[in-house]
Structure formats: structure tokens, C-alpha cells
Design a protein around this ligand. Sequence first.
Ligand SMILES: Nc1ncnc2c1ncn2[C@@H]1O[C@H](COP(=O)(O)OP(=O)(O)OP(=O)(O)O)[C@@H](O)[C@H]1O
Ligand SMILES: [Mg+2]
Length: 254
Amino acid sequence: MSTETTTEPQCRRALIYHLRDVVKTREAEGVAFRLRVPNLQIAVGEKIALIGESGCGKSTLLDMLVFILQPSDTGAFCFRPDADAEPRDVDAYWKHGMLNELGDLRKRHIGYVMQTGGLLPYLTVHDNMNLCRSVLGLRRDGTVEHLAEELGIAPHLGKLPDSLSTGERQRVAIGRALAHRPSIVIADEPTASLDPYAAEKIMSLFIQLANEFNTTVILASHAWRHVKELGLRRLAHQTQHLEDGKLTETVVSG
Ligand SMILES: Nc1ncnc2c1ncn2[C@@H]1O[C@H](COP(=O)(O)OP(=O)(O)OP(=O)(O)O)[C@@H](O)[C@H]1O
Ligand SMILES: [Mg+2]
């Protein structure tokens, strides 16, 4: 691997993520959205929440943090999932078209709970939860069963996702993101379609499991009341409408 993708001087060593002047612009039908991140620093083990209204750019930020979405412009984008290794210069990976390496970083270090769930309909609950473990070649050690038990979905391990309730599917998605014990879990509205009581219960289970696994958590949610009770650090963001409403800009930092 080329050294320029691993040791940029601006990558601060103690941080899992360090973003400086990262911008993503998205445009459709003459209406544009811009997300600006002047400075974002996330330390190992932190639990962070981005709380905001629909369309403010939560998924846009998370998709950049899991290397699915390439920023339009980057001052610095450093990722250091492993304290014993050099920080990775994600911007250089993008610029050199090193998509396999980005995919590999994601696979090894990040669990992603997608806003849409993202369960594979033709795999059983067990195999969905075991997916990242099997891709990484990890042996069966009871982690999937333990998580299923903790999340209250153990009786459903042999079923297909279609036969589960929305809340059960969301618990499977959370279990899947944790099962390969990644150092980071990123969760996009993991309880969005649940009633407030169920959402609160699942969110606190999620944080409890993340604590047990010593995982850094970054999540997007509307449900700030519950998130605050769980002691997460809230990222500041501000949204404004510019150019006669043709451009919406959100600035996130923290
Ligand atoms: N593929 C795309 N092409 C163009 N614009 C997009 C695309 N995806 C999202 N956008 C726009 O970017 C803005 C931010 O979208 P994003 O999905 O990040 O918001 P969000 O905060 O996650 O919203 P929600 O709470 O509804 O999930 C929105 O104005 C949206 O219309
Ligand atoms: Mg979203």
C-alpha cells in the first residue's frame, strides 16, 4: 500500500475520525443541498448522535463516514480504526480510486445499520446476523446467538426477515452490525419506524451492547429525548436556505 494513503501529517493519531473542511454537494432538478463539515473529531469509544430534521443531511454524513459516498471536496479525512496502525488518508484512497481498500476498511472496522434496514430477504435471521462474520472468515463462537438472546430475537433465528415485525427486523439489523465486533458502529435512524416506547427500549439495548463490546457509536436520529438520556454527545448542526431556496446548506461540526 502506498505510504501517502497512511501517513498524512494532518491526521491526528488519537482520533478514530478527523475531518476538516469536508463538503458534499448533491443536486437534483435544479435544487441543491450542501453539507459542510469544517471540523469533526471523533475519539475511540465515543458515543455520538446527529439529531436533526428530515433532509438536513444525516444520511449524507453517515454515508461519507462509511466510505459509500465520496465527498465533493476535502481538506482532510483521516480514519484510524486501529490504535496500533497508522491513520488512513481516506481522501487519498478516493482520489486514487482505491475502492476495494475502502470496502475492506469498512468491512473490517465498521458495522452499519442502514436507514432502510438492508437485511437480505433470502437469508435467515441467523445468516443475516452472521453475514459480516462469514465474509471476514470468522469462526462460529456463539456471538450471533448471544446477541440474538440479548436483543430478544433468539426464537426467530431460523426465519426469513419477511416474517418478522419492523421492530424485530431493526433488532436483527443492530445485531448484524455488532456481530463481527467492529470497532465502530454507525446507525442511521435505527429505530425510526417504531413507536416511542419500543424505540427507547431498542436504542438503550443498542447502547448497552455497544458498551459491552467497547464500540465507538455514531448514530443519526430524530429521537433526541431518548438519545440524551443515554448520555451521547450531540453533534452541533445548523441548516439554512440560500439562493431563494435553491440551495439548502447544513454545517455540522463537533
Ligand atoms: N442521491 C441524491 N441525489 C440528489 N440529492 C440527494 C440525494 N440523496 C439525498 N439528496 C438530498 O440531500 C439532502 C440531504 O439528504 P439526507 O438523506 O442526507 O437527509 P437526512 O437528514 O438523512 O433525511 P431523513 O431524516 O429523511 O433520512 C436532501 O435535501 C435530499 O433531497
Ligand atoms: Mg436519512
